[in-house]
Design a protein around this ligand. Structure first.
Ligand code: FMN
Length: 359
């Protein structure tokens, strides 16, 4: 079975199979952004369950980039010991570990950070509240924050980072034509112009980390509210395919769905795979639950399979797939979730997801 086979990255590391635990915010970090034992235990349990790659929750690269309470931080050297323990405990089970580095931008509320949110341009947050536009020097500093975060991850012994360019956070706010109206080198008419911020982050991380350090980039196929349309996202994926990245990860939410905004009847993953055309490995994620969904993702052209919710509920999911076990569906009882290494705060958080937790 293709899924069970080791996945060799061009740059060196080998994942023991083609499965990825996608980034999952779990609210379990300490107030200072350091990893808690609960969060490390949650991730380690999934490594034990056979995931080839474990991705951490989104972790903010600057203090003013924090999106919510209980979020992991990677903006200070004080975060390194926790990351080191995570790297060690995940690697003991033969899995690779990536940290998903991000900045919330307009989605980093003042109520959490204590300061006015920043973004590519002055953007409305809500209720008549606006972000501040980053100055040119501040954008330079922000690129550096991403690089320093990656260097901390490398120092801690993680295998790489995933740059979070999806879901409307700061990197996406630079990509979107509505959210980035800059006229300097960080903005412009074309997606290539607005990708400068992301490209600088990738290139500088590459320059300053060792050659085996993995760099994934996660993007959304469409975020029309901030002005990312599928055609430009496809162009972006072509641009990224020429960069020294180890995987392009598209967050499609549902591998069976088509674009909501054009009438092309191909599935999203298929459209991206055709553009990427084997230049970099393509990771897809969204509603993959059983073996037939994995086959569907491969048939659309994916190289790596990432999952979210099934990995929360069933830590042994990769092993279960390989041995063709029956895969249970939600809802799951709170006790089941506690038994698979979710702390009370994470169980409560999962109650926000429709029908995931049995009431
Ligand atoms: C509880 C929860 C937290 C999530 N946190 C993140 C995150 O920190 N970063 C991210 O890129 N996506 C995040 N996502 C999205 C998942 O990575 C994934 O794309 C999504 O759940 C779809 O995959 P699934 O259908 O396998 O669950 C989160 C999803 C869930 C359910």
């Amino acid at each position: 079975m293709r899924f069970a086979e080791p996945f060799q990255f061009k740059r060196g590391p080998v994942a023991k199979n083609g499965s990825i635990l996608a980034a999952l915010t779990n609210k379990q970090s300490n107030a200072d952004g350091t990893l808690s034992q609960a969060e490390i235990g949650f991730l380690e349990r999934r490594a034990m369950g056979g995931f080839g790659i474990i991705t951490t929750a989104a972790t903010h690269v600057a203090e003013n980039g924090q999106g919510w309470h209980g979020e992991m931080g990677v903006w200070s050297d004080s975060h390194i010991p926790g990351l080191k323990e995570l790297a060690k405990r995940v690697s003991e089970h033969g899995s690779l570990c990536l940290a998903q580095i991000f900045h919330g931008g307009l989605k980093a509320p003042q109520a959490v950070t204590g300061v006015q949110p920043v973004s590519a341009s002055v953007n409305e947050i809500k209720d008549g509240k606006f972000t501040r536009e980053l100055s040119n020097d501040e954008v330079e500093e922000m690129v550096e924050k991403f690089v320093e975060a990656a260097l901390r991850c490398e120092k801690a012994g993680l295998d790489g980072v995933e740059i979070h360019g999806a879901h409307g956070y700061l990197v996406s706010q630079f990509l979107g034509k509505k959210s980035n109206r800059r006229t300097d080198q960080w903005g412009g008419e074309t997606i290539g112009d607005r990708a400068t911020f992301l490209l600088e982050i990738i290139r500088r991380i590459r320059e300053r980390t060792n050659k085996n350090f993995l760099v994934f980039v996660r993007i959304s196929p469409e975020l029309n509210d901030i002005g990312i349309e599928i055609d430009e996202a496809l162009q972006l994926s072509s641009i990224l395919s020429e960069e020294e990245i180890d995987s392009l990860h598209i967050s499609v939410w549902d591998i069976y769905a088509q674009s909501r905004f054009d009438d092309d009847d191909r599935k999203m993953t298929q459209r991206f795979a055709q553009v990427v055309d084997g230049r970099v490995p393509l990771t897809t994620c969204g509603k993959i639950w059983e073996g037939k969904d994995i086959e569907e993702a491969y048939s659309q052209g994916a190289d790596l399979i990432a999952v979210g919710k099934v990995g929360i509920a069933l830590p042994d999911w990769p092993k279960m797939i390989i041995s063709e076990d029956r895969i249970a569906r939600p809802p799951f009882t709170k006790q089941h979730l506690r038994d698979v290494a979710l702390s009370e705060v994470f169980v409560d958080y999962m109650c926000n997801y429709d029908n995931f937790v049995a009431q």
